[in-house]
Write a protein that binds this ligand. Structure first.
Ligand code: ATP
Ligand code: MG
Ligand code: MG
Length: 406
């Protein structure tokens, strides 16, 4: 990998190269976090060249990318410069400069998925408006402009309710649960005020959270991965179980909702559809990500085609691969920073040491330069004959977690 800051960047178009991998197209990825890193790992298998744009010199993807351009994916001139070096542009994060992507598309740059899709998704309120127009079941939602309006919404939805930032939200940073009218002013202030752009969602009384990774090829063929169960802790994805332990009817409905949601968007790539399952068997859509997703990490070890390989196949125009499970069951466990600094690293390494002794377990470490509390630092996937067998193995990894720390 080479890292450059701009002017001295080599020209990377692969059109005239006599030697190339499974695709001649150089894939440009906006963002170089762990998703970009795993995309690069999948690309190396197919000798597809992936170049990443990320402001951090030692971002997780940099050591695996064919080329890393150091710069912001939210800066117009930088994105334009980066686009010159790629045959197709894609994303590993939706918080990118979408105005520039639209401008580039008009000039003939190939963006997958389409800039229109990123635009809809990066504003969670617009996303809800879009899906509701397409008949996708959602929790009720409403835009918030002032405290008076928020109080009326509270009367209408009841409490608890969820207030969410429209933009730049991830890992629940941008969500506040409001339990009563008295808590409204504080919640709004915590999210940066009404000017930041807020909306309210009715509480979804879910019994489980489910997710479906859906891939769409350049020929518009759509392929869905098995439905998984996601377990969140403090709004952050904690554990993913594949397949989800739900009735056949629920799996079918969840897959249908996910298919319809992705079918309403434009462009190729993989999409993650987050869903709520309610007590009475309804499926409601929470949100969609236009890229590989935490709920699909397990596919690297558990499916015939990983979500990362599938995303690359989709954006360069190769046939989509088989998304089905090649193992009866899999569990993914996120390694989150428990403490900042050196102690955080020590705790994570203890967990990893134990995971390395467990049959069927694979450790992924993202090599982030800084450890922070609640930061996604790596993950462990365990495959095995049944969820209950894997749960026992996971317990043995996790339960000893703080033994040496007392
Ligand atoms: P991500 O990291 O997935 O992008 P995010 O910051 O966009 O997360 P959401 O997906 O909106 O946040 O919400 C995070 C979690 O909060 C959900 O997975 C769910 O557990 C809970 N949640 C979100 N909306 C609701 C709701 N309307 N009712 C109940 N719980 C909710
Ligand atoms: Mg989100
Ligand atoms: Mg989410």
């Amino acid at each position: 990998c080479q890292a450059t800051t701009g002017d001295d960047a080599v020209y990377l178009r692969d059109d005239e190269s006599p030697v190339h991998g499974l695709s001649k197209v150089v894939v440009g990825v906006l963002g170089g976090g762990q998703l970009g890193r795993m995309m690069c790992q999948a690309a190396s298998q197919m000798a597809i060249k992936v170049v990443v744009l990320d402001p951090q010199e030692n971002c997780p993807a940099s050591s695996f990318s064919y080329h890393h351009m150091v710069g912001s994916f939210d800066d117009s001139a930088t994105v334009e410069e980066f686009a010159k070096r790629c045959g197709v542009l894609t994303v590993e994060i939706e918080h990118v400069d979408v105005d520039t992507l639209e401008k580039l598309e008009k000039q003939g740059v190939d963006c997958q998925p389409k800039a229109s899709t990123i635009r809809i998704i990066q504003d969670k309120y617009q996303q809800k408006v879009h899906f509701s127009k397409h008949g996708i079941p959602l929790p009720e939602f409403i835009k918030l402009d002032d405290l008076e309006g928020a109080r009326k919404v509270g009367e209408h939805f009841g409490y608890p309710l969820m207030i969410k930032s429209r933009r730049l939200a991830y890992d629940g940073r941008g969500n506040v649960v409001v339990k009563s009218e008295e808590e409204l002013p504080c919640a709004v202030a915590a999210l940066g005020g009404f000017n930041r752009g807020l909306y309210a969602e009715k509480w979804a009384p879910f019994v489980k959270e489910l997710a479906v990774i859906v891939a769409r090829g350049r020929d518009n063929s759509i392929s869905c991965y098995p439905v998984v169960e996601t377990i969140h802790r403090d709004n952050i994805c904690h554990i993913v179980k594949a397949p989800a332990n739900v009735k056949w009817k629920t799996r079918k409905l969840a897959t249908e909702v996910a298919f319809n949601a992705v079918n309403s968007l434009e462009g190729a790539g993989v999409f993650a559809v987050e869903l709520f399952l309610t007590k009475d068997g309804q499926i409601l859509l929470n949100e969609v990500a236009p890229r590989p997703h935490n709920s699909g990490h397990h596919t690297i070890e558990s499916c015939y085609t990983s979500q990362y390989e599938q995303h690359l196949r989709a954006v360069v125009g190769l046939p989509l691969g088989d998304p089905s499970l090649k193992t009866p069951a899999a569990i993914m466990y996120n390694i989150l920073g428990e403490e900042g600094g050196e102690l955080g690293f020590q705790l994570a390494y203890q967990l990893i040491q134990r995971a390395l002794t467990i049959p069927g377990a694979t450790v992924h470490w993202y090599d982030k330069p800084e450890m922070r509390k609640q930061r996604k630092m790596g993950h462990i996937t365990i495959v095995g004959p049944s969820i209950s067998n894997i749960e026992r193995n996971l317990a043995s990894i996790v339960e000893g977690k703080k033994l040496d720390d007392t």
